[in-house]
Ligand binder design. Structure first.
Ligand code: LLP
Length: 400
């Protein structure tokens, strides 16, 4: 189906459906290992800080830490705790984000994580709540890049980072207030497939060399599109870091995990309005990306039928008009009960799942080449109700 995944992974999917039901996220460890190896080869001298948000499952974090010695990029106190739970030393954690809470600053300070400061205002807040902390200054390179608007973080109108003209002043200010400023950070967006976008961002960063103090660390963020020539990108990034005599840090998320994961779903029915719909038991609550970004995920039947092809839209089972997971897919006589694979769902799939409509977030499992290992059980209703029942008297309770 997808040459990057092991054949045994696909052969084992029917068994996964029996063991864990559907919809369920399935990951192929062999694919993940291959991506991690490619990444290491392309960036031989870089420190990898995996972007937890792409897939925050602690079992995944534990393995990324123990097998590849990755550090982590967190964007909340919760994600810092996940990294710690996975056994990561605090100094191997980077805390990003445009609006860190006071408690996030304090936590980063306590565990000696590196803070990526997003504004002039954050310099002052860091000085107050994380005095002397190691910090990077995030640069907004004011660059239009070829990705969905919601995924572009480095254009001048985005809320992220410090504009180029303000970087020297913010850098100096951070030193003055006693922070340990170790370098610069830039992240231009996600799903960036045009290498020119990175080339331009790097050129803008290089121009800053003469106007800021010593740069020990250059963090180029993540956003590496799945079709990028990673080797060429690695060479460019390495040259940029060398120009600063800096250590290179990278924060890949999607590149590592997207292709390693699929969402397994089952057809619950067929219907026609003015369009032909296959309806499945997954929906926007398990995979939000098609609805949020118009992103396209290939959909493949697990078992091919010898029947004429027909074209369908794949509708989710949520009660929302926009809940269509894919348009114009070709299937051969789909029937209720058939299993479908929704591809490239390992990144920002499970991590963006929600309980909207009191739907239960799916199970997750990894294929280790021999067997399925459960990484998460499906929610049960009491998980969802627990917080509400703790806050209010149970329905029907009497008070004398
Ligand atoms: N570093 C920073 C500071 C980030 O904000 C992000 C992603 C990354 C690294 C990792 O980017 P990646 O390599 O995964 O592209 N929900 C969206 C993606 C949002 C990404 C936000 N920041 C999606 O489903 O495509």
């Amino acid at each position: 189906m997808d040459a990057s995944q092991s054949p045994s992974f696909f052969a084992a999917l029917p068994e996964l459906a029996v063991q864990f039901g559907t919809p369920t996220y399935a990951y192929d460890w062999a694919t993940l290992r291959e991506r991690a190896t490619t990444l290491r080869a392309a960036f031989p001298d870089a420190q990898v800080r995996y972007a937890i948000k792409a897939n925050p499952n602690v079992n995944l974090l534990e393995r990324l830490k123990s097998e590849f010695e990755f550090g982590f990029d967190a964007v909340s106190g919760g994600e810092v705790h996940r990294a710690l739970y996975a056994g990561t030393p605090g100094p191997d954690i980077v805390l990003n984000g445009p609006g860190k809470l006071t408690a996030d600053f304090a936590l980063a300070h306590e565990v000696q994580a590196t803070l990526v400061l997003d504004s002039h205002d954050e310099v002052h807040r860091a000085a107050r709540h994380a005095p002397g902390a190691r910090v990077l200054i995030r640069v907004n390179p004011e660059l239009q890049v070829g990705t969905h608007d919601h995924l572009a973080t480095g254009n001048g109108s985005a809320k992220f980072g410090v504009l180029l003209k303000d970087v020297p002043e913010v850098y100096l200010k951070a030193r003055k207030v006693g922070l340990n400023v170790i370098g610069l950070h830039v992240h231009i967006g996600s799903s960036i497939d045009n290498p020119e976008d990175f080339t331009q961002a790097f050129a803008k960063i290089q121009n800053l060399a003469s106007s800021v103090g010593p740069v020990e660390v250059l963090d180029i963020g993540g956003g590496f599109g799945l079709t990028l020539d990673l080797h060429a990108l690695g060479q460019k990034a390495t040259r940029l870091a060398q120009a600063f005599q800096a250590e290179l840090w990278i924060e890949p998320g999607r590149y590592l995990v997207a292709d390693a994961g699929i969402l397994l779903t089952r057809i619950v029915g067929l219907k026609r309005t003015h369009r032909p719909f296959v309806i499945c038991d997954a929906s926007m609550t398990e995979l939000l990306r098609p609805m949020l970004y118009g992103s396209r995920h290939a959909v493949l039947p697990l078992r091919e039928r010898h029947a004429p092809p027909s074209v369908w839209d794949l509708a989710g089972s949520a009660c929302e008009a926009g809940d269509v997971l894919a348009r114009d897919i070709t299937l051969h006589e789909p029937v209720e009960g058939d299993l479908l694979v929704i591809a490239q769902a390992g990144a920002y799939g499970a991590s963006m799942a929600s309980n909207y409509l009191t739907r239960l977030r799916p199970a997750e499992a990894v294929w280790d080449g021999v067997q399925w290992v459960q990484w998460r059980r499906r929610d049960i209703l009491s998980d969802l109700l627990a917080a509400e029942l703790a806050a209010a008297p149970a329905v029907g309770a009497h008070h004398d």
